[in-house]
Design a protein around this ligand. Structure first.
Ligand SMILES: [Zn+2]
Ligand SMILES: [Zn+2]
Ligand SMILES: [Zn+2]
Length: 304
């Protein structure tokens, strides 16, 4: 009798884990650099000198891909779109591109849309999920308006905090403060039955946001955060007030109330070419390791 019960228990576990697996969503990191990539145009400093000649030291612009089980989706269309779409296609074998979610209208986040146009792949109604100002920007300005007129892309409206239901997950845009010259800026939360991932590649200092970053980390399984600059010493000669991203050192302080296991959820992404976190052995990288946090890498995957 006992062995029969044991068998039933094992069989049920199999079904349970099988269901979990079938419903699980994988998120893939396609790039981790700030908008202009690494190496950055015209940079003659050490951070890019080597990278111009050594592909292994280069970094693609920040973007994620995820699949809802039937189709795969991209977050942001970067200047590295050609290679990143290919990477996602090869990763999510036999699935089609289901759409692109855009965070905002800075060059690293939407200009890859040009590859959907008639000079390139000539997309057919590729769904592009956009907030209201982002939508207006694309509809009112060339060359993007041509993508809309020729139905290369189909703009799907997003609203703040309103979730989009896909097959096995929900995608929710969260407004964040940022230099919003042409569009508002959002981060996204991807939520499944089992887990959630928060992605905020660009934001002004944490204190300018109504949400608590500590609560945000607590409420998610993985948190991918703006890590553009490690600290204030990175851009001598530039007024850092014009570039109000939270420094990674400030994020570390803001997150200090978290327990160790909570800190492990944090992955910094969207690194500027000057950021010492690109160098695995740097003091900055060791600091992140000591904090129990992570630096996102291209090819990283997260199971939700
Ligand atoms: Zn950016
Ligand atoms: Zn550089
Ligand atoms: Zn930006």
């Amino acid at each position: 009798m006992r062995s029969v019960l044991f068998f039933v228990f094992i069989a049920q576990c199999g079904i349970f884990f099988g269901e979990l697996h079938a419903q699980s969503v994988e998120v893939l990191v396609l790039g981790t650099a700030q908008d202009a990539g690494h190496p950055q145009v015209n940079c003659e400093k050490d951070c890019c000198k080597r990278a111009f000649h050594d592909a292994s030291q280069q970094h693609r612009v920040t973007s994620l891909a995820f699949s809802d089980g039937e189709k795969f989706y991209l977050i942001d269309a970067t200047p590295d779109f050609v290679e990143q779409l290919q990477m996602a296609k090869e990763h999510f074998r036999e699935q089609q591109l289901g759409g692109i979610f855009l965070t905002h209208a800075h060059i690293g986040h939407y200009t890859g849309l040009m590859y959907l146009g008639r000079e390139a792949m000539s997309g057919q109604n590729v769904p592009v999920y956009v907030m209201p100002r982002m939508r207006k920007f694309l509809v009112k300005n060339g060359p993007w308006d041509q993508l809309v007129k020729l139905n290369n892309i189909e703009l799907i409206p997003l609203s703040e905090n309103k979730e989009v239901q896909l097959q096995t997950l929900r995608v929710t845009p969260m407004l964040v403060p940022h230099r919003d010259e042409y569009s508002e800026t959002v981060g996204f939360r991807l939520t499944t039955k089992n887990a959630s991932l928060v992605f905020i590649p660009d934001i002004d200092k944490w204190e300018h946001w109504s949400q608590s970053i500590v609560d945000l980390v607590k409420s998610s399984t993985y948190t991918l955060l703006d890590g553009t600059f490690f600290d204030g010493d990175e851009l001598p000669g530039r007024n850092m007030i014009e570039i109000p991203h939270p420094f990674v050192t400030e994020s570390i302080s803001a997150l200090s109330p978290l327990e160790g296991t909570e800190k492990e959820k944090v992955h910094f992404i969207h690194l500027n070419h000057t950021n010492p976190l690109f160098l695995p052995g740097s003091e900055a990288s060791n600091r992140i390791k000591k904090e129990g946090m992570h630096v996102a890498k291209r090819g990283d995957t997260f199971q939700l």
